[in-house]
Design a protein. Sequence first.
Length: 560
Amino acid sequence: MANETGSSHFIDDIIQDDARSGKHGGRVATRFPPEPNGYLHIGHAKSICLNFGMASTYTGTCNLRFDDTNPAKEDIEYVDSIMEDVRWLGFDWEQRLFYASDYFERLYEQAVALIRLDKAYVCDLTGDQVSEFRGNFHKPGRNSPFRDRTVDENLDLFARMRVGEFADGARTLRAKIDMASPNMNMRDPPMYRIKRSHHHRTGDTWCIYPMYDFAHCFSDAFEGITHSLCTLEFEDHRALYDWFLAQVEFPHRPQQIEFARLALTYTVLSKRKLLELVTTGLVDGWDDPRMPTISGYRRRGYTPESIRNFAERIGVARRDGLIDVALLEHAIREDLEPKAARVMGVLDPLKVVLTNLPEGEIVWLDAPFHPENPEMGSRRVPLTRELWIEQDDFREEPPKKFFRLAPGREVRLRYGCLITCNELVKDADGKVIELRCTWDPDSKGGNAPDGRKVKGTLHWVSASHGVQAEVRLYDRLFRSENPADDKDGGDWKNGLNPESLQVLPVCYVEPSLADAAPGGRFQFERLGYFCADKDARPGKPVFNRTVALRDSWAKAEAKE
């Protein structure tokens, strides 16, 4: 059975095999388990699509569970943002919202049960001493001198840890497994640490908190999860996941399955690095449109459909690989092309004066919002004596194959008419600041009645009716294709692209965009896809470029 997109992968195969064997009674239950210590990024989006997608494909369930076991780094702001992002992507956990903190008492009881089985002990080694005793990949570890404490002594010490009798970091509860194991994760890993930190849900009730590996597997089991899907970084943790669950009887033990995490070109997806970008002010918050966060993509103008389609296309692999960010950019172009309204905006304005159109006269033109989707309707565009066109659409000495405006040349104004450039106005430095042209009234609508042809068509905006706007041109945040591997002087931030944001404070857009609602998506004809930003004010729109009409980086690299 293929998934709902028609594609299939190794996780599909595992679930189908489980169904055939009757494992889990035919149930499929997955979960998306973010830690609320940052905003979700595009890598999390892949996991969200996979977990909720598998549940949907096999008529199962998917829980949203916050693994909130480290209150020092967690915040309710992150909880709220994560729920908003999952909903925005189009997924619904219904009534299945859980927190690891829901299970703190049950987790404590499981730890006590392991102590009673002599499978856990309280250790007094410091963090540095634990690392020293742990050994390395070439040298086995050594047993802690506290490993042979009696069950009663460990029960007593653990109970005293809970009530706050000891200082932070003074003691840990560790699993008693095998200090000589070739898997470092099995060398008596910590299960609980003392940490006096206010928790966003439990307040100051607890001063000991479970470690992720301990809390995660039991939380899966408590919720009846069947397939615990996680990224490859947890592959070596699977033995520990299974060991913990093997000590306790559960009706249906969950299975951990690892898949390749997402790595994108010109992008970092390390939460630590993304947090550093935010806290050092190198970006304007978690939702900066240059950030690979879901909120950043949303503000930039990406659609949930485009991200889901991207996740489908890159598939699910067993081994890590680097995905070209151009695939993500293609996904948003493909999604917006049939549904984004086509409008006109001028980013680098050059004035045009139509000398044979009287001042104050307005020629109203009808322009469809989409040439291939008449259901989107149309708007009236004013043609007036003074217009704005792009600086790049004029050359005083045009090169070969330049078909736009030049002295003595005729071009078409989009939806408007044919105009001919007759005269240039220059400033004291010799820069062209104005073009004096004539328009052909008989060409209203863009075609000459005598059938003469012109090769150039320009977008434009009425100078008297157009609305001044700020436009932000976003580019890739890093210069290196693989910034995760780019040493660049030892500081990964040296690889930041200094031209990742260009702010154009004086641009002009057509009147229909004067009050564009934040989040509104448009194609600025010939320029790219743009999104109205939340910084906009009535009559003062701000637009973010979502993506160019084509991959300009690929063209630039080909020229080099």
